[in-house]
Design a binder for this molecule. Structure first.
Ligand code: QV4
Ligand code: CA
Length: 512
């Protein structure tokens, strides 16, 4: 009996680390601020056919409408209630999107904002995405309903009612993050309302959640909420499947609250990953690519089974949150392709690819004054559809990094090598490195200011392989470089440092 209980408990907690991804797929893409109708179409025309494992969507619940600045992206991180209508569409459009993505094997993960409601300065009225009335000053949200009894103000001990010192664990959890009205998640009533919101989404078919601002919630409260969550919908998932949980906790060290307090509840965002790989590819702070031979836990990151990793996210690509200037984004596209390629080739963590929109940056004293600008929208604040150009890129300000050939092909690379250990590491003690994944894939980087010209052991069977960075295998030919691997598994690589993309990747499915 004891064993059964142990397995049941362990199984319960372990399974929340499992992204429930199907058919050997591995990568998640964050389609930041995309409309539900566009995500549904993207699942069917692109993400399904190209082996993406899932999509992280923007918060689907009712949020405040902010006039000043005009309709910022971050209004969606100010809930007004749990009705499922938002800047991305209606409940029916959401339901349709979840169904269509699931039907092509692409999971949906919801960005769940459950630590707070809107900012204390949010005003009173119906300026909300479903038109529900609310009052921030009275802490009254009738559409849930939440009243002033459901917030933490009596627990917060700071003068302003806001978090003033991240060195004090109590105020980080019980006071307002940038003035956002802090929910009392120790209350059974509040836990019930939050769990009902998440369970409705689970029953609609979602595979799990990105849980926002977990540092600001007590692990015990989160544990209680997660335990109230239903198993996944058996229409698309095996019976007994638990929702995948990945928790946003920014832990770069130096604070009393650490990511490890949340490991037993689900995976955790590893912010050190993008910050350090940014230093490495930018060659800042004396970092070199050859130092990444022990990349992952060797660099002090959390254990592989707890990690959700990414190069940039919606916050730090615009100076919010953590990572600072070292974070590489689509604005630095040549470095970005290498960094994303490295992440997707390396076995560590569950990987998330960012998909962004452009905005007019305006740096004053190093800070982008336009960091608030929302997605491509009409004058009424409604998000515009994502147009797909004949060359398969996106138009109208949507960056679609996930559609860049180099990134899409590395998502496929990760699927092909899934389960294979890292092997055949080589480096030149500077910024030229190479490594394989068992006998299924091999990648070579030249981030030095000199040519790379070397013969390496790839671990692959002999044959002719198409490089999936400069091109890909189409029919019986390579559209880019091709690499000859001898019967001994060795191959010659020549990469000039002035190339558009100074890296080469080959795998079992790119073999002619
Ligand atoms: C302002 C003042 C407050 C004042 C308040 C009154 O700063 O002092 O009390 O008005 O209402 C926006 C504005 C911010 C404003 C706030 C409330 O930028 O100036 O406060 O609204 O009105 C996003 C943005 C924030 C934005 C927030 C809510 O990044 O700028 O605040 O949405 O709209 C920490 C956390 C981490 C967090 C990170 C950004 O540990 O969890 O900061 N990351 C997540 C999300 C992030 C989101 C939130 C958390 C909040 O990834 O996108 O913040 O949900 O590191
Ligand atoms: Ca809190």
């Amino acid at each position: 009996m004891k064993l059964f209980i142990l397995v049941a408990l362990f199984g319960l907690s372990l399974a929340q680390h499992n992204p429930n991804i199907k058919n050997g797929r591995t990568a998640i893409v964050h389609l930041f601020e995309w409309r539900w109708a566009d995500i549904a179409a993207e699942c069917e025309r692109y993400l399904g056919p190209n082996g993406f494992g899932g999509v992280q969507i923007s918060p689907p619940n009712e949020h405040i409408l902010v006039d000043n600045p005009w309709r910022p992206w971050w209004q969606r991180y100010q809930p007004i209630g749990y009705n499922l209508c938002s800047r991305s569409g209606s409940e029916n459009e959401l339901r349709d999107m979840i169904t269509r993505c699931n039907n092509v094997g692409v999971n949906i993960y919801v960005d769940a904002v459950i630590n707070h409601m809107c900012g204390s300065g949010g005003g009173e009225g119906t300026h909300s995405s479903c038109g529900s009335w609310f009052s921030a000053s009275k802490k009254d949200f009738p559409s849930v309903p939440f009243s002033y009894l459901d917030f933490n103000d009596n627990k917060c001990k700071t003068g302003s009612g806001e978090i003033e010192n991240y060195g004090d664990v109590n105020q980080v959890r019980d006071c307002r993050l940038v003035g956002l009205l802090d929910l009392a998640l120790e209350k059974d009533y509040v836990r019930g309302k939050v769990a009902n919101f998440m369970n409705k989404l689970i029953d609609m078919g979602v595979a799990g959640f990105r849980v926002d601002a977990c540092k600001h919630m007590w692990p015990g409260d989160l544990d209680n909420v997660y335990r109230r969550l239903n198993n996944l919908n058996t229409k698309w998932f095996p019976s007994g499947s638990r929702p995948f949980i990945f928790q946003e906790v920014i832990d770069l060290g130096g604070e009393p609250i650490s990511a490890k307090e949340y490991y037993h509840l689900g995976r955790v965002t590893e912010f050190k990953y993008g910050a350090k790989l940014g230093d490495v590819f930018r060659k800042w702070n004396g970092e070199k690519l050859s130092y990444t031979k022990n990349w992952g836990e060797g660099w002090g990151f959390m254990s592989d089974g707890n990690a959700l990793v990414f190069i940039d996210n919606h916050d730090n690509q615009r100076g919010h949150g953590a990572g600072g200037a070292s974070i590489i984004t689509f604005w630095d596209s040549r470095l970005y392709k290498m960094a994303v390629g490295y992440m997707l080739a390396h076995p560590y963590g569950v990987t998330r690819v960012m998909s962004s929109y452009r905005w007019d940056r305006n740096f004053v004293n190093g800070k982008d004054q336009n960091d608030w600008i929302g997605p491509p929208s009409n004058s009424n604040g409604a998000t515009k559809p994502v147009p797909i150009n004949p060359d398969q890129t996106c138009g109208d300000g949507w960056v679609c990094e996930h559609r860049w050939r180099q990134i899409k092909n590395m998502v496929i690379f990760r699927n092909v090598v899934n389960g294979q250990p890292q092997a055949n590491w080589w480096d030149n003690q500077s910024n030229q490195v190479a490594f394989g994944r068992g006998n299924r894939g091999f990648i070579v980087f030249n981030n030095d200011n000199s040519i790379l010209d070397v013969t390496l052991n790839t671990g692959l069977p002999g044959g002719t392989y198409c490089d999936v960075i400069s091109g890909q295998k189409e029919g019986s030919r390579c559209t880019g470089k091709q690499i000859q691997v001898g019967g001994d598994g060795r191959a010659h690589f020549n990469i000039s440092n002035s190339e558009e993309d100074p890296f080469i990747a080959i795998h079992a499915d790119s073999k002619l």
